[in-house]
Design a protein around this ligand. Structure first.
Ligand code: TXA
Ligand code: MG
Length: 310
């Protein structure tokens, strides 16, 4: 249910969980002053307890108290990308960051989002944890309706329209003297490279003791099976998840991600399109994976791979 910004601020200060818009995806917000509200987020999302949360604030001034280090290039990264879709993982001040927020790790993830409504809320209420506003494992929410589908029509939402980036923030962390990517996202590795002087690599994936626990979980998955390889033809599958400027067999129903000329558009549309597959009760979809392996196309490919795992 949509609420005004004033009501949402009052609810957050009173220890309730509400959904807020960001430029990336909608988030489920709880105040750092309310440990019960933070625990409630894990329950209602059905989120594994070992998957930590990002602390969001209106400015770095509100976040500085949580970190115990300032690695090289950190301030340049903030100057370039905040407010915006970059999440930075740093050594935490363990006294200040509640254990359930960092899921017992020694680090904390920090972000200043750029959505004007949520910046107003953060200024008024103070720092908030905000995981994506979807049931764990499901596609993230990029519209208020998506939040209502996952959490019910009565769930409180601040309506900020359609998220203009439509995919999560890029997560980076500093290890052994270098910045590494913990999650691909709305900022491409190449864009980060322009600030860092090198293009950051992906963190190695360690399943037993992951540095970023989100890496090990299934994500973004619709009920439909996504066929990413060429074992089946589009005709046999019947439904194509593809691009508006490509030709597919006439017998196929085509659901479009946008044009092959625009990676940002395809990334922005992805979660809505994955949710559309569920609404239209599609069982199997053949996915056109013929796009470049660079820039935001890497984010699209990664999300599609994760969404295809059953
Ligand atoms: O764009 C976004 O980042 C959205 C919006 C709402 O801000 N939030 C979001 O949160 O995507 P969530 O919880 O769905 O994803 C957070 C990711 C997870 O993969 C988690 O494992 C990782 O960040 N993360 C959080 N804290 C971490 C930490 N201390 N160390 C390593 N990874 C961390
Ligand atoms: Mg998420």
């Amino acid at each position: 249910m949509k609420h005004s910004i004033e009501t949402v601020c009052t609810m957050l200060k009173g220890g309730e969980v509400v959904a807020l818009p960001t430029e990336t995806v909608y988030g489920l917000a709880a105040s750092l002053d309310h440990p019960d509200a933070i625990n409630k987020i894990f329950t209602i999302k059905n989120r594994p307890q070992d998957n930590p949360l990002i602390i969001h604030a209106a400015s770095f001034d509100q976040l500085q108290q949580y970190c115990a280090e300032m690695p090289p290039k950190f301030l340049m990264l903030l100057d370039t990308f905040w407010p915006g879709p970059l999440t930075v993982v740093l050594k935490a001040d363990q006294e200040k960051v509640p254990e359930n927020v960092r899921a017992g790790l020694e680090t904390v993830a920090l972000r200043v989002p750029s959505h004007p409504l949520t910046l107003q809320v953060l200024q008024e209420v103070g720092p908030l944890v905000m995981p994506s506003a979807n049931l764990s494992g499901k596609p993230s929410a990029t519209r208020p309706e998506h939040v209502e589908i996952d959490f019910g029509l009565n769930f409180p939402v601040l309506d900020g329209g359609i998220c203009h980036l439509g995919t999560e923030s890029t997560v980076i962390c500093f290890r052994y003297g270098r910045w590494e990517l913990a999650r691909l996202g709305a900022i491409s590795p190449e864009e980060l490279g322009q600030v860092l002087g090198y293009v950051p690599c992906m963190l190695p994936k360690s399943m037993d003791k992951p540095i970023s626990p989100g890496q090990k979980y299934r994500h973004y998955a619709p009920k439909a099976v996504l066929v990413l390889d060429r074992t089946l033809s589009p005709e046999t599958v019947g439904v194509v998840l593809g691009f508006s400027d490509r030709k597919y067999p006439e017998s196929c129903k085509v659901i479009s991600l946008g044009s092959t000329a625009n990676a940002a558009e395809a990334v922005k549309n992805l979660y809505h399109v994955l949710r559309q597959l569920d609404q239209e009760q599609v069982d199997v979809a053949w996915v056109d994976m013929d796009f470049p392996k660079a820039g935001l196309w890497l984010t699209l490919a990664e999300r599609l791979h994760k969404a295809s795992h059953k």
